[in-house]
Design a protein around this ligand. Structure first.
Ligand SMILES: [Fe+2]
Ligand SMILES: [Fe+2]
Length: 239
């Protein structure tokens, strides 16, 4: 198959194959694991838009991709016009529903795995082909929408944690928002930039590193979650 035509499908398939190994997504959800994910993700939410996306965008020659990514960053941390506030606020609201305080978000510390995740991603975004950076900062938005990997798929946030539909608005809203942030359709414009087999090989190699470090990130989330559970993490009763 033509390298240009195949690349987006190939990327999607490689991402899903790797995500089979992401423990937090595949294993049962507990109060501690829900809290651990949101705390660690809150750190990444800021790093994505303040450090990682600007790092690869500074080398991206495609103005449409740059504009789209900047508008995504705006939604994430400054203002989503559909909501009237940024996704950060929505994330902290979900945090409140699963027993996390504002203080815990403010003082959240990365696990060693999250720290590794950040350092590897920063290097990918600063020094590798800009498409590697684009993928590294969007691949999870794709994975988490896919059947079998979608965090809302099996209803465990409701069934296992007792959360209501209303409390899960952060997650349901993101299902729609993330369709515009990642995936086969969003990534399509990269086809005109992968002009030879050498670039393709470089992109696939960088993607492999980004996926490996995600596996490590999710191992860290699972471990932290288990520690929080051992300390008695619990979900407050809906008001
Ligand atoms: Fe978001
Ligand atoms: Fe997103």
């Amino acid at each position: 198959m033509d390298a240009k035509v195949a690349i987006v499908d190939e990327i999607a398939a490689v991402c899903l194959e790797s995500a089979e190994q992401w423990r937090w997504i595949r294993e049962p959800l507990t109060p501690g694991r829900a809290q651990a994910w949101l705390l660690q993700h809150s750190l990444r939410n800021l790093w994505f838009s303040s450090i990682l996306r600007p790092a690869w965008m500074s080398r991206c020659p495609d103005q449409a991709i740059v504009r789209k990514t900047i508008s995504q960053m705006l939604e994430e941390i400054v203002h989503d016009p559909n909501l009237g506030y940024p996704h950060t606020k929505l994330m902290r609201e979900l945090g409140g529903h699963i027993g996390l305080s504002e203080e815990q978000f403010i003082h959240a510390e990365p696990t060693w795995q999250t720290d590794l995740w950040f350092n590897v991603n920063e290097n990918l975004c600063r020094t590798r082909h800009w498409i590697v950076g684009w993928l590294a900062t969007s691949l999870e938005e794709f994975v988490l929408l896919e059947p079998g990997f979608n965090v809302l798929d099996d209803g465990r946030w409701q069934a296992d944690l007792g959360l209501t539909e209303k409390q899960l608005y952060f997650l349901t809203y993101h299902q729609v928002a993330d369709m515009e942030h990642a995936g086969k359709k969003v990534w399509k414009p990269m086809r005109s930039h992968v002009t030879n087999d050498e670039i393709k090989a470089d992109v696939m190699k960088g993607l492999h590193t980004a996926l490996q470090i995600n596996k490590i990130f999710y191992d860290g989330v699972a471990e932290l979650g288990d520690r929080l559970d051992a300390q008695g993490a619990s979900i407050p009763k809906p008001k």
